[in-house]
Ligand binder design. Structure first.
Ligand SMILES: [Zn+2]
Length: 348
């Protein structure tokens, strides 16, 4: 699946760190991300040094650090990417001490609670590569895009390789969406600041706290044991026209298991039993955490389709399930269904 990037490890332990010149920066505009302009399909994110050289960002600390580096480091990621002198787990373990100043309230850029602007916010590491979110203004972005960089829709990253950078670009977008939509307090309207010890923004005025945001949802593969057919659907009003499984977001007050029963009932009017948990998958485009379940039809197989949600739904033979290369939980679950292996997972 999309998150399977072994042998590399994803680490999102929260920490404060200044970017090193060879760290990668993720710059988003709308639903697109800035990448190196290449025609070989290889995904490369710009280095922090590239932003320094372009005069887009700068600080005494980073400039000094940059000066110590060889000028031979390329703008883009390569297979021989320079490694940090210390392991990521060491680099990103320290936290700033104390709060030295009151946050100012004049800029839209996020700030730390000690009042420092966050030009580059550490997000996570993938293997030995650290990724920072950078926020730059439109004028600077236009300058960058006139050089060897381009904007690529996040939804198109999956066409590129390597997979671990696709993962970084998509997960970075999820973080970006959180910070981009949490600049001001929803209660009193004051600018939010970043907490010092965990990934959370808070209001310095009223104390309101906003944690990183996820929307849990279920994907449901349903089998009619009497006919050995599986239920597939197509979603209404979406460009993605291939077969899907029943899916829906969890509502307040219910468990994910209860969501399975409700969504199946609402979307196709069926009852199900023998619910089996399969796997979960983060899905950054919608900030979802997807929970995959298999279950059996319980009773009448007659479909009563909710055409507000679905374009169509139908029972098909396992062999007719689509086969394609995809990173999604839905596609992996369809593979399990095609092989008839869904009963390998225990009933909850
Ligand atoms: Zn507030």
């Amino acid at each position: 699946m999309f998150q399977d990037i072994e042998p590399l490890q994803f680490s999102n332990d929260f920490a404060w760190a200044d970017p090193e010149p060879f760290d990668r920066v993720l710059i988003y505009r709308g639903s697109s991300v800035v990448v190196a302009n290449t025609d070989d399909g290889v995904l490369r994110f710009p280095s922090y040094q590239a932003l320094l050289e372009a005069g887009v960002v700068g600080s005494a600390v980073v400039a000094a650090s940059a000066a110590k580096l060889s000028q031979s480091h390329s703008m883009s990621q390569s297979s021989s990417q320079p490694q940090s002198a210390s392991a990521p787990s060491q680099r990103f373990s320290s936290q700033p001490q104390g709060i030295s100043a009151q946050p100012q309230r004049t800029s839209s850029l996020p700030k730390r609670m000690d009042g420092k602007h966050l030009q580059a916010l550490f997000l996570f590491t993938v293997g030995n590569t650290a990724y920072f979110r950078c926020e730059i203004n439109d004028e600077k972005l236009d300058e960058l895009l006139q050089g060897p960089l381009e904007l690529v829709p996040v939804g198109k990253l999956r066409d590129r390789s390597p997979k671990h950078r696709v993962f970084a670009g998509m997960v970075g977008y999820e973080y970006h969406q959180f910070y981009d939509t949490h600049r001001f307090c929803g209660r009193c309207g004051m600018p939010l600041v970043h907490d010092l010890v965990e990934r959370m923004v808070r209001c310095p005025e009223c104390g309101c706290m906003e944690f990183s945001r996820l929307f849990p949802a279920v994907i449901v593969g349903i089998v009619d044991r009497a006919t050995d057919k599986v239920l597939v659907s197509r979603y209404a009003g979406r460009p993605f026209k291939n077969y899907a499984l029943i899916a829906g977001f969890c509502e307040m007050g219910e468990t994910v298991e209860q969501t399975v029963h409700r969504e199946v009932r609402e979307e196709v009017g069926l009852r199900v039993a023998n619910v089996r948990y399969y796997k979960s998958q983060p899905w950054p485009p919608s900030s979802s955490l997807l929970f995959g379940f298999f279950c059996d039809l319980d009773g009448d197989a007659q479909l009563r389709v909710d055409y507000h949600e679905l374009e169509e739904a139908e029972w098909i033979d396992r062999a007719d399930l689509p086969v394609d290369e995809d990173y999604s939980l839905t596609r992996e679950m369809m593979d399990v269904l095609r092989r008839g292996e869904e009963t390998l997972f225990p009933v909850l």
